[in-house]
Structures are given as C-alpha cells and as structure tokens.
Design a protein around this ligand. Structure first.
Ligand SMILES: *Cc1c(COP(=O)(O)O)cnc(C)c1O
Length: 369
C-alpha cells in the first residue's frame, strides 16, 4: 500500500497550520460529518486511530471485566487488544476461507453465556455478511462492533458497509485506503452514543475545548467521568477531507487493477485470489492469494518475489499465534491457520502498471510448475 498524497493534502495541512487551529477544531467537525455521510452512518466521532476507536466503542457499549467478546484471530492484533483494554476476554472465532471473515456459524461455535459482544472485521476490505451477522447478533442479544479499519469504499447489499452498523470503527493509517497519517473514527447510529463518545475521547469534558474557545462567554467545563485523550488534530482532518474526495476514484482504480490480476492469474493451479463475495464488493485494500496446493511454499514464493524486486507481503496475521496471546487456549482455528500460513498479499497501489502486474504474475507462473 503506497498512500496517494498530493499537493492538495499539503496545501490543506498548511492552511490548518496558518489558521492557528492545530488541535481538534472545525476541520475535525467537518471531516466527521462528511466521512459519516460517505459511509452511510448517522454520526462520526474522530479519534487518534482505529485502535482507540475500537477501545471507545467497547467502553460506550459497557463491555467490562468478566465479559467475553468474540473476535477473529485472523486480523491485525489491535482487534483483540481493544477487548483487553476494557478488561474483557477475547474469544477467538474461526473465519470463512473465501472471505477471511467471521460468519454466523463460526461465531455461534464459540459463543457462551458470557458473550456480550462480537467484533467482526471487514478483513482487507472484504465485507463480512452484514445482514446475516447483524440479524444473528440481535437474536443472541449481543452487541456487534464492526471493525471497518479496512472498509472505506467497500459495500454490502448495495450500500457502504457503514450503513446500518450500530457501531463501526475506521482507520486512517497510511496502510489503509484513506490516510490522515494516524487517525480513526467511530461511526454510530445512536445520538446518545455519539455524545458520550465525544466526551470519552476528550478527557470526559462536558463541552469540547474547541466550543469553549469559540465561545465569547467564559465557559466552565466539567469532567463527568474518567476518560481519555484520543483526539484527532485539525491538521489531520484537513488532510482527511481531501483524501475523502479521492475515495471513489481510488476504489475504482483498485478494482480495475484487481480485475487485471484475476485475468492474469486465471488458470494458475493451486492459487486462489481473493474476490468479491456474492453479497458485496471489496475495495481491494488487500489483494491476497491463497497458495493451498501450490508446489512452492508461501515463504519460498515470497523470497523469490523479493529476489525479483517485488515487495509482496505475508498474509494477514493470526493473533492467537503471537506471544501476546500465548496465555489464551484458543478453540481449533483451522481456516485461520491455513489462511495466515499459506497466503500472501500482492502489490496493489496507484503506481502499479500493467507491466508490473504481468511481471509479478510471470514469477508466480514460473513457481507453479
Ligand atoms: C489497521 C487495522 C486496525 C488498527 O488501525 P490503526 O488506525 O492503525 O489503529 C484495526 N483493525 C484492523 C482490521 C486493521 O486492519
């Protein structure tokens, strides 16, 4: 992933600096408004990252020590870490081989009487089945938090993945489609949750520092609860507003490049590229290929690609295989382990040319025999 940052972003950041509003201010407010509208959500609350967005999402839902939260192990480690931040216990669920996402069945298999929430991930941009999981979570009486770190521009059932989500968390790290350097957002459908989230990210204050400074009258703030400093800056939001204008074009270009990979990879045996599920479209933030019955091991393929100057990456990680989770006895996660050990992510960015793609695929074809 190479972020697309142009003169427009540099200009917007410079304007924010010149305006004197460098911390959270009016640009953050507009970015929240425009981002929420773009992803089909009612309210947006900007944060310092998706990790802090996930933390606040679990706080606002009242998840606490003793509670279990079902999460995929097959995700960036922040998904599981956020559960531990509130003192709850992450319980790993396996994923579907075709999408890399949890399903109603894989969550149901590990759910217990202590399960209070599920964090489902739109992994690498591939939407999970929003209709099925939202309905199942309702039926079980558990909260569904949607980790949409990779989901900007992805759709399910003809709508942006943020539409209809009770709580979703987004990332603007440079490895995602849209970037603000670091940054994140919680989107929610409930106005009360939005109000509490705004307070939680800003020390528990009943009035934001921005509103206090903008007022002509002295405003005496109160601190209603012990909270956090998880704010985004106006410099970041200024960049985000420009990036948001690029979203549709970025997704269209990535989908074209992915379609070209699909054509070129067609017919290479033992290699399965990620594709759209029946109910939606991925933004192809990550274009991964599964090498299941491929004659060359995944690590040897990575090494050969590197030797040819191609920077492919290992597949998405599995948290339960990391030392940080060595104390957790996970249920069997056969699909997660198959995906994390046998997949790799091919280069896909705005500078990738048709020649690059042919060269990359010819290396793979050479290793397939
Ligand atoms: C990147 C990512 C995160 C963390 O996002 P940050 O903004 O870097 O904190 C969380 N979950 C998933 C699925 C991610 O891909």
């Amino acid at each position: 992933m190479i972020p697309l940052l142009g003169e427009e972003e540099a200009q917007a950041a410079a304007e924010a600096v010149r305006s004197g509003w460098v911390a959270q201010g009016p640009r953050v407010k507009s970015f929240e408004h425009e981002f929420a509208a773009a992803v089909g959500a009612a309210h947006g609350v900007a944060t310092s990252s998706c990790t802090t967005a996930l933390h606040l999402a679990l706080v606002v839902l009242g998840i606490k020590p003793g509670d279990e939260v079902v999460v995929p192990s097959f995700s960036f480690i922040a998904t599981a870490n956020a559960v531990r931040y509130v003192g709850a216990t992450p319980v790993f669920a396996d994923v579907d081989l075709a999408t890399g996402n949890v399903t109603v069945e894989t969550v149901d298999a590990v759910r217990t009487a202590k399960t209070r929430a599920v964090v489902a991930v739109h992994q690498g941009g591939v939407p999970f089945d929003t209709a099925a999981l939202r309905k199942a979570a309702d039926g079980w009486g558990v909260h569904l938090v949607e980790d949409a770190a990779c989901g900007a521009g992805s759709t399910a059932y003809g709508q942006p993945v943020g539409a209809g989500a009770a709580v979703a968390a987004w990332s603007f790290h440079p490895r995602k489609l849209l970037t603000t350097g670091e940054g994140g957002m919680v989107t929610v459908d409930d106005a009360g949750h939005a109000t509490r989230l705004r307070r939680l990210r800003e020390h528990g204050m009943n009035v934001s520092a921005a509103d206090r400074h903008a007022s002509s009258q002295p405003v005496l703030e109160a601190y209603l609860e012990t909270a956090y400093n998880y704010r985004m800056t106006d410099i970041q939001a200024a960049i985000g507003l420009v990036q948001l204008g690029r979203l549709a074009g970025l997704v269209a270009q990535r989908r074209q490049l992915a379609a070209r990979y699909h054509e070129l990879l067609d017919g290479i045996e033992g290699l399965t590229p990620i594709k759209d599920p029946a109910y939606g479209q991925t933004n192809y933030q990550s274009f991964w290929v599964l090498l299941d019955s491929f004659p060359t091991s995944r690590d040897d393929v990575l090494a050969e690609l590197a030797a040819q100057g191609v920077s492919a990456r290992r597949g998405i990680m599995a948290a339960h295989l990391e030392p940080a989770y060595a104390d957790v006895a996970p249920p069997p996660l056969p699909v997660t382990e198959r995906l994390t050990r046998n997949s790799l992510i091919l280069p896909l960015h705005h500078k990738l040319t048709a020649d690059d793609q042919e060269r990359i695929v010819s290396v793979l074809r050479g290793l397939s025999r």
